[in-house]
Design a binder for this molecule. Structure first.
Ligand code: SIN
Ligand code: FE
Length: 299
């Protein structure tokens, strides 16, 4: 099972033992939680609470260093846009500082990617994404899943995400976690077809991906979809719900720690990528687990 592992940031902050314990919990697929590690808005930024900002297509407002732009925003005034850019930039820097404190040298290998602002209430969130009803399940974060990227193949690297609940009224953010990655993957692996010859080159040529997918990405995307579509799996009573209080910060490898976001509004998130070789125990990575189960290399 994936677990929520509380981390007391005030106690022995720089102790190597605490750092090793946090790394080990993280690599085991747990969610590492700091119950009181808030991120504050300035007085100007607080005016954003309650504002309608989203474009109705994307779930989040995203600052993407690869594309070099902010997306997911409706036609807002330039001042609003720069306030949001300021928040996202500051959150990225703050998150990097926290991770340096908590994980020590391990944090230096986390390569920052997108930063997101998630103001919309998850419960009852209306269908988002430019897709038909048959594909809408893919965007439904209230179903348990590992993260996998369709357009930006991760090629076996790890997806690490840190979240802070910045809800102004004190509402928690509710997640469900469950099942260890290997048990989850074993449930579906034999049902995943092998990639077709030239499939990844075609997807890339037709700009459906930013660079070519690997067999690993193909499997992870299938696991993501198969798990979300499996009602028996989704309703497994073993899975546990957890309320992250307002002012809490938590992080995990979201490609490994199965998660569903059930309720809550106003959250910040920073994504990082980590190479498998830079893990303390690379054999715990989804790449190595899947390669062992399949019996051959996947990237
Ligand atoms: C997700 O990664 O599935 C959503 C997490 C969240 O927004 O709390
Ligand atoms: Fe997710």
């Amino acid at each position: 099972m994936n677990e929520i592992a509380p981390f007391d940031i005030s106690e022995n902050r720089s102790s190597e033992e605490r750092r090793a314990a946090a790394v080990s919990a993280l690599e085991d697929g747990s969610v590492v939680l700091m119950e009181e590690l808030p991120f504050a808005f300035t007085a100007d930024e607080e005016a954003l609470y309650g504002a309608s900002l989203g474009d109705g297509v994307q779930k989040n407002i995203t600052l993407d260093p690869y594309l070099g732009k902010l997306s997911g925003l409706s036609n807002v005034p330039a001042e609003t846009k720069s306030l949001i850019e300021g928040i996202l930039g500051r959150y990225k820097d703050t998150a990097q500082g926290w991770l340096q404190d908590i994980l020590g040298d391990y944090a230096q290998n986390l390569e920052p990617h997108r930063t997101t602002y998630r103001p919309v209430e998850i419960a009852g969130r209306k269908k988002i994404g430019k897709v038909g009803d048959d594909k809408a399940f893919r965007f439904d974060d209230s179903l348990l899943h590992p993260d996998a990227f369709k357009r930006r193949p991760i090629k076996g690297n790890r997806i690490f995400r840190i979240f802070t609940n910045i809800n102004p009224t004190g509402k928690p953010r509710t997640w469900k976690v469950g099942h260890g990655f290997e048990a989850f993957a074993s449930r579906y692996l034999n049902g995943i077809r092998d990639p077709h010859l030239g499939e990844f080159a075609f997807l890339n040529m037709t700009r459906q991906t930013h660079w070519p997918r690997t067999h690993y990405d193909h499997i992870m995307l299938n696991l993501h979809d198969m798990g979300k579509r499996d009602a028996a799996f989704q309703n497994d009573p073993e899975h546990v719900e957890f309320n992250f209080p307002a002012g809490a910060t938590w992080f995990c490898f979201t490609d490994q720690a199965l998660h569903a976001a059930l309720e809550g509004a106003y959250c910040l998130e920073q994504t990082f990528e980590l190479r498998v070789g830079q893990m303390a125990a690379p054999e715990k990575s989804p790449l190595k687990v899947l390669e062992r189960l399949k019996g051959h290399a996947l990237v």
